[in-house]
Design a protein around this ligand. Structure first.
Ligand code: FEO
Length: 396
């Protein structure tokens, strides 16, 4: 049984729904699974666009064979060498020893490192074309979206963009394949989580890629993960433009680290005051409970970020420190920041969050709210000021 599908007259699609894997790249949780897409164009010449993760689907090679319908596989076009897409290359090359592997010089460097030296390589340059007969392909280099070798292929005949990881998402395909067959609200969060955690660090390169694609009459987008965009490709391009230019929604994510509940109480108090001031989108997370990928997702989503930490060995709480280090690494920009925390003797949480604020360069909306011990009545003033300042900046 095979969920094969035709994207066009001559373009075949398959997708492996991986609901077994717990962690993508052995770090990012996959509660809704993930899918690996692969496409085959059967034309006068036949070309396969990427493969799938090794061993993720025992029938993948059969799908290639059935889609070819007795024809030879002329080209294997590699848009991205990460192993969730290149894992079946070795099997395919054994099965189709005459296949020509199409990629760029960086593709081949990684290919050799993973699978040894290969013959039958066709190295393409940015803007090169390849005619399959009916379909005329053009290669568009999009380096660092999100690896150095990443590129896309634009089918100039039918306006189909094979986009690699770009425009992909976490989440297995639960029935629908196309953007018009699903309730996208279900996928949007997983798409942003994929973007923010996997691609977001390279947002300036995404902007360059989008600028490059602007002149292409894209009718369909075929990414390597998730939905095929045939009805509203502009929607997903718009989302990528928004996320890669750090445009946040008018909302706030409050993230706290708390050992015995004092900092947690401050978090809820500040969140309540922000909501009372009229901000509707407010989310609160405990850094010890919620996986960092969801925290980063919400930080990418909302303009307002409020971070709170208890002191821990004169530092921030370790998991909050980990989050701040990751944010610096990812280079998230243009957020409004509020800081709060508690201490019992010498402090360290708020002090180090203030140092983080300086390093990342976000606008700090108000002086940090810091409380010694229990946040009992009478100690609210700095929290009130922080909440009011955050709400004013968002609603103003
Ligand atoms: Fe879907 Fe970068 O691999």
């Amino acid at each position: 049984m095979n969920c094969k599908q035709r994207i066009g007259e001559r373009i075949y699609w398959t997708s492996v729904n991986d609901r077994r894997k717990q962690l993508f790249e052995n770090i990012w949780p996959l509660p809704n699974g993930v899918s690996y897409n692969s496409y085959l164009i059967r034309d006068e010449k036949c070309a396969l666009m990427d493969t799938v993760e090794s061993g993720s689907d025992r029938s993948y090679a059969d799908w290639v064979s059935e889609s070819l319908d007795g024809r030879p596989l002329d080209y294997l076009i590699i848009h991205h060498m990460e192993l969730d897409h290149s894992g079946e290359i070795e099997n395919l090359v054994q099965r189709y020893p005459d296949v020509k592997i199409v990629g760029n010089c960086k593709t081949f460097r990684v290919l050799e490192a993973y699978f040894g030296k290969r013959d039958n390589l066709i190295e393409v340059k940015d803007g090169d074309t390849l005619s399959l007969g009916y379909h005329n392909l053009k290669f568009v280099f999009t380096p660092w979206v999100h690896w150095p070798e990443t590129m896309m292929t634009f089918d100039q005949t039918d306006g189909v963009l094979f986009s690699g990881d770009a425009f992909g998402m976490f989440g297995a395909l639960d029935g629908g394949v196309y953007d018009d067959q699903t309730d996208f609200a279900f996928y949007e969060d997983e798409m942003r989580r994929y973007y923010s955690n996997i691609v977001g660090k390279y947002s300036p390169m995404v902007q360059k890629a989008l600028a490059k694609l602007r002149d292409y009459p894209i009718r369909t987008i075929c990414p390597l993960h998730g939905l095929v965009w045939r009805t509203d490709p502009c929607k997903v391009i718009g989302l990528y433009d928004r996320w890669s230019s750090y445009q946040g929604e008018d909302g706030v994510v409050v993230i706290y680290a708390s050992m015995y509940g004092n900092t947690a109480q401050m978090a809820d108090y500040i969140a309540r005051r922000i909501a009372e001031a009229g901000v509707k989108k407010v989310r609160v997370h405990d850094v010890s409970k919620t996986h960092i990928s969801y925290l980063i997702n919400d930080i990418w989503r909302y303009k307002g970020v409020v971070l709170g930490s208890c002191a821990y060995n004169l530092q921030m709480f370790p998991l909050m420190e980990n989050l701040t280090r990751e944010l610096l690494h990812m280079g998230v920009k243009e957020r409004l920041l509020g800081i709060f925390g508690t201490y019992s003797w010498n402090g360290g949480g708020v002090k180090n969050l203030n140092a983080f604020a300086e390093e990342i360069g976000w606008e700090v909306v108000a002086p940090a709210a810091e409380i010694m011990g229990h946040p009992e009545p009478g100690k609210e003033a700095a929290c009130d000021a922080l909440a009011a300042a955050m709400a004013a900046r968002l609603l103003g």
